[in-house]
Write a protein that binds this ligand. Sequence first.
Ligand code: HMG
Ligand code: MG
Length: 300
Amino acid sequence: MKVRLTEVGPRDGLQNEPMTIPTGVKVRFVDALSKAGYEEIEVSAFVSPERVPQLADAEEVFARIERRQGTLYSALVPNEPGLERALRAKVEKASVFTAASETFNRKNVNASIAESLERFKPVVEGARAASIPVRGYVSTAFWCPYEGKIAPEAVVEVVRGLTDLGIDEISIGDTIGKAVPAEVMTLLDRLLDHVDQDKLVMHFHDTYGTGIANVLASYERGISAFDSSAGGVGGCPFAPGAAGNVATEDVIWALTRSGAILGPDLDRVRAASDLLEAALGRPLRSRVREALSGAKPQAR
Ligand code: HMG
Ligand code: MG
């Protein structure tokens, strides 16, 4: 089965770094990722620069990256002012975001779930008018750092709200990386009664080491789109304890060896991670990256 990967490292990864990464490093990171051949790279976020100063240079990053044909360059867009900024920056896909937990949503975007869906209406209309697709994220779909376990019904309700708005695809987020495959399969079984599997994307963080198991469980259920970050960077500043996304290198390795066909090239993703690792000055977290560092080609 063909699998589509969205690289979220430049956005999810860099929003959570304590240090602000120089714009030039971000541009080089995205350009290195582009060479790997992704279907989509989430480059930055047009959110409040006061709330997320790490990504305050979204416009400049979009202006300076080299766009590769065949890759969609997307960004988070929380509201209408965000869409105006995004369209000026020639974003190719807008990603709105809400949650299945009221408390997390309030802390993240200062709105109830219903209010955030209301905010998305003009964003979806504006994106349609500009002929760009819209993704909708549902965060805390399994566990919330404030409310604990989230009922699958709550996720189904938000997903229905998003599909009613005409959103093109829905990314289901395990924001704090606490889900296990049994929970993933239970939620997918419920969701697939309401939404076409081609519209679903799974977004796993890897706090407790079950990220790859969750990817594989979703793949077995027919899901063919995933979010991941090069070198496993990532986390949400408003979700305490959240570790990085599942590492792209690990996802490529596990899915390719399970028979999936993926766009990005593993060695080129590793090269992009090398660049970021040097800039961050700390080792990145990917088992495959560690295993392959210095390994001879036949060791694969
Ligand atoms: P608000 O807090 O409700 O405030 O914003 P507001 O709408 O009243 O505006 C307050 C100020 O922000 C105003 O400026 C606005 O102009 C400005 P002031 O008048 O005070 O000078 N403002 C903006 N400026 C630039 N761009 C904008 C924008 N909007 C308002 N788009 C808002 C609501 C959502 C914007 C804010 O709360 C925010 O930016 N929150 C940050 C949310 C965020 O980025 N979270 C991390 C990403 S989500 C995530 O990581 C989860 C995910 O990975 C999936 C998963 O893992 O589950 C996607
Ligand atoms: Mg995330």
